[in-house]
Write a protein that binds this ligand. Structure first.
Ligand code: PLP
Length: 286
């Protein structure tokens, strides 16, 4: 088993220097990315991740130079050649290499890099007992729906959470609670689940969509895609995060105040169990 990289379709050693200094991803963060989880040697929810990748590319006007089938093949090759059965695959597409000026180059040759690394299951202790979060101002741009390589605000926010001894920082813009730095955010009030609508102000998470369109329906739970404020959050009976790496993560403390006396609530538990079951089914895990 070994970590493995890929550049423009060619498998490479993870330590090989493959990206040039003039790559616009390096110079400007001019690119987009995706991350998918590998369970039992299979990519989970690869189709919606790739659909979103094409949307992100369109949004920032990078031409798509790989077909859906090719990208699936690259994911499969990374799994097969690395021998990694439990891991994460990162994929970045940048606007390629060009002398450093802001406008697009005349001839754009996008650069695709991918990598696979092992990643264990989400820590059982956190899954079971939940995590603490802080609320911070959302200082990002207004196209948070694009999965852009520009993650400066997210990086600073996550570091702030870490320094506060918390798992995640959830952002607040103009009074509305938007999402985490690398996750979507949900609260439960009076038995109804609330989450920010999928506008330009959040990333429409693949996990969020699975939760809304599949798990909540199967479990007969009501989800509202509607903005809510900080006082609403502080009065919630449950809160949780969703994301590819985060899966469904209970939140038990917000800005130092316990949610539901620090006990993970029943709706979060049901969704967690249903999500795990879906992974088991889709990836043939026992
Ligand atoms: N929101 C942000 C800002 C993210 O970076 C992520 C994941 O990286 C998510 C939400 C969750 O999205 P997904 O469920 O597709 O992983």
């Amino acid at each position: 088993m070994r970590e493995l990289g890929l550049i423009n379709g060619r498998l490479v050693d993870m330590n090989e220097n493959v990206v040039t200094m003039e790559d616009r991803g390096h110079q400007f963060g001019d690119g987009v990315y995706e991350v998918t989880k590998v369970y039992n040697g299979k990519c989970f929810a690869l189709r919606p991740h790739l659909d979103r990748l094409y949307q992100s590319l369109r949004a920032i006007r990078i031409p798509a130079t790989y077909t859906f089938e090719e990208l699936v093949q690259f994911h499969e090759a990374l799994i097969k050649e690395s021998g990694i059965t439990e891991g994460s695959i990162y994929l970045q597409i940048t606007r390629g290499a060009a002398p450093r000026v802001h406008p697009f180059p005349e001839q754009v040759v996008p650069c695709l890099t991918m990598s696979i690394r092992p990643s264990g299951p989400v820590k059982q202790e956190l899954r079971d007992n939940g995590v603490k979060i802080i609320l911070i101002p959302d200082e990002r741009w207004l196209r948070c729906d694009i999965k852009s390589l520009n993650l400066l605000s997210n990086v600073l926010g996550k570091q702030q959470a870490k320094e506060a001894g918390c798992y995640e920082a959830v952002m607040v813009r103009d009074g509305s609670v938007t999402e985490g730095t690398s996750s979507n955010f949900f609260v439960v009030k009076d038995g109804v689940i609330w989450t920010h609508p999928a506008t330009n102000l959040i990333l429409k998470g693949v996990t969020r969509t699975i939760l809304l369109e599949r798990l909540a329906k199967e479990l007969d739970l009501t989800i509202l895609e509607k903005a809510f404020d900080v006082s609403f959050v502080k009065g919630a009976s449950e809160a949780f995060l969703s994301g590819t790496s985060t899966e469904i993560m209970p939140v038990i403390s917000i800005d130092g105040k316990l949610v539901n006396d620090g006990v993970v609530g029943p709706i979060t538990r049901k969704l967690q169990a249903a999500y795990t079951q879906l992974i088991d089914e889709e990836c043939g895990r026992n």
